[in-house]
Write a protein that binds this ligand. Structure first.
Ligand SMILES: [Fe+2]
Ligand SMILES: [Fe+2]
Length: 216
């Protein structure tokens, strides 16, 4: 029996992004010259993960969904567009951090506004889009859509996003994520993904995943 839930990729990537947003919020709460460098580095990572996730959505997820439910995704593409502007604004505000502290109050405000805005976006997608998926796609269609999501920028997924997301998932979520990869990886890629994930596993996860045939 397959344990693959194809669209768990979207939901679980959101969970990992939420964990990154929480980390940013913590740093931003006590923003000072001392932790400005950490905020900037964490923001760059979160931004990179969101950039790939949004590109996957715009190019590989929304188009097949539009075919099933016309005009459903317009509002979300607009939210992505607004996000690009917020990213540009924050990136320029943070450009000369941590050396130049004069921007810290503006960074703090813009960061907390953007975090709230992005949390709303994640929830909006979950409340509207994710509820439609089981009715809109057959299982076979879902696997094909998720395979093309993974294929969209395979290098960036494999080199960065895969481990970044997996590290931030909790035990049961990790297993679902791995099951999704096993069922939906582009041809021949699953062993490479497993090789990336193995070093991140605790020893009990190693044993149980092995026993359940999740690495095969
Ligand atoms: Fe999105
Ligand atoms: Fe999303």
């Amino acid at each position: 029996m397959s344990t693959c839930q194809p669209f768990s990729i979207m939901r679980l990537t959101h969970e990992a992004i939420r964990s990154g947003l929480n980390q940013l919020e913590e740093l931003n709460k006590d923003l000072s010259a001392a932790n400005a460098g950490s905020l900037k580095a964490t923001f760059e990572e979160v931004k990179r993960v969101i950039a790939l996730h949004a590109n996957q959505e715009d190019n590989a997820f929304y188009p097949p969904l539009e075919e099933k439910r016309p005009n459903l995704t317009d509002a979300f593409s607009e939210e992505h567009e607004a996000e690009h502007h917020a990213f540009d604004h924050l990136t320029s505000l943070m450009d000369d951090l941590p050396e130049n502290r004069s921007n810290l109050p503006q960074v703090k405000n813009a960061m907390s506004e953007w975090i709230a805005q992005h949390r709303d976006h994640l929830k909006h997608e979950e409340d509207i889009l994710m509820k439609v998926l089981p009715k809109a796609f057959t299982y076979v269609e879902s696997v094909a859509v998720v395979r093309s999501i993974l294929d969209y920028d395979l290098d960036e997924f494999e080199q960065f996003q895969l481990a970044w997301v997996f590290e931030r998932l909790k035990g049961p979520q990790r297993k679902v994520y791995l099951g999704m990869l096993k069922g939906c990886s582009p041809a021949g890629k699953y062993p490479d993904f497993v090789a990336r994930i193995r070093p991140l596993l605790h020893s009990d996860e190693h044993i149980s995943y092995e026993q359940e045939g999740l690495f095969a």
